[in-house]
Design a protein around this ligand. Structure first.
Ligand code: GLN
Length: 235
């Protein structure tokens, strides 16, 4: 049987999707980032014990949660109505907008989604960024289906952008800003979405949900939230 049964003895396994700096990434072979420190601090406030981190592609996290291979998702995951049809979320712990990333010096400087008309666009599979490509670019007739490339991980999209294989990437703004610091890419403009990140849990895991919400509040009220933010965003 799945590890999810362990929620009964208060041991939980967390799942995340590295390659989404500074929320979760691999550094010197180690999983690090805002979400890692934040969830660990949150669980520390509860009667639960976080025994393991499992790594998945972003679009495999919800299936892994549903199949009880993991008990909580900490992956900068936006709380959406569509996701709430299959899983539950904690209270929000971070807000973010989307951004449009382009290659530095490529001469392409879009200022709005309309300016992406006819361009080659990339995003990560299963993300809200991909939802924007579908709803605001493809459905609006600004680009064709095959102008869009869906990547398993944003890291591959960044590589293609730097090679000039695609023109733009739609990605959460804090992550776009972070990639801008260490790659030949830059945020062309911000697209306001005011997304709220939540920890994903199974529907019906009410005790875990209540505990995580109390932990999130405790971490925010203490100095810990600011310390973790400072550590990963230098703010
Ligand atoms: N916040 C975005 C979403 O929920 C992207 C998350 C991610 O790629 N890790 O879809």
């Amino acid at each position: 049987t799945g590890n999810g049964d362990d929620t009964e003895d208060n041991q939980i396994i967390a799942g995340t999707a590295p390659g989404f700096e500074p929320f979760e990434m691999t550094r010197d072979g180690e999983l690090v980032g805002f979400d890692i420190d934040h969830l660990e601090a949150v669980v520390e406030e509860t009667d639960y014990e976080l025994v393991e981190w499992e790594e998945y592609e972003f679009d495999s996290l919800i299936p892994a949660l549903e199949n009880e291979r993991i008990d909580v998702i900490a992956a900068a995951m936006t709380i959406t109505e569509e996701r709430e049809e299959s899983i539950a979320f904690s209270d929000p712990y971070y807000s973010a907008d989307q951004s449009v990333l382009v290659e530095t010096g490529a001469g392409f400087e879009p200022e709005s989604l309309e300016d992406l008309e006819g361009s080659q666009v990339g995003a990560q599979s299963g993300t809200t960024g991909e939802g924007i490509v579908q709803d605001e670019l493809i459905d609006e007739g600004l680009i064709e289906d095959d102008d869009y490339t869906s990547y398993d991980n944003y890291v591959y999209a960044i590589q293609d952008l730097e090679r000039g294989l695609i023109d733009a990437i739609i990605i959460d703004e804090p992550v776009g800003n972070s990639f801008q610091d260490d790659h030949e890419v830059e945020v062309a403009f911000t697209y306001e979405t005011d997304e709220q990140y939540g920890l994903g849990i199974r529907q019906g895991d009410d005790d875990l949900q209540a505990a995580l919400n109390e932990g999130i509040a405790a971490v925010e009220e203490s100095s810990e939230y600011d310390e973790i933010t400072q550590e990963w965003f230098g703010e």
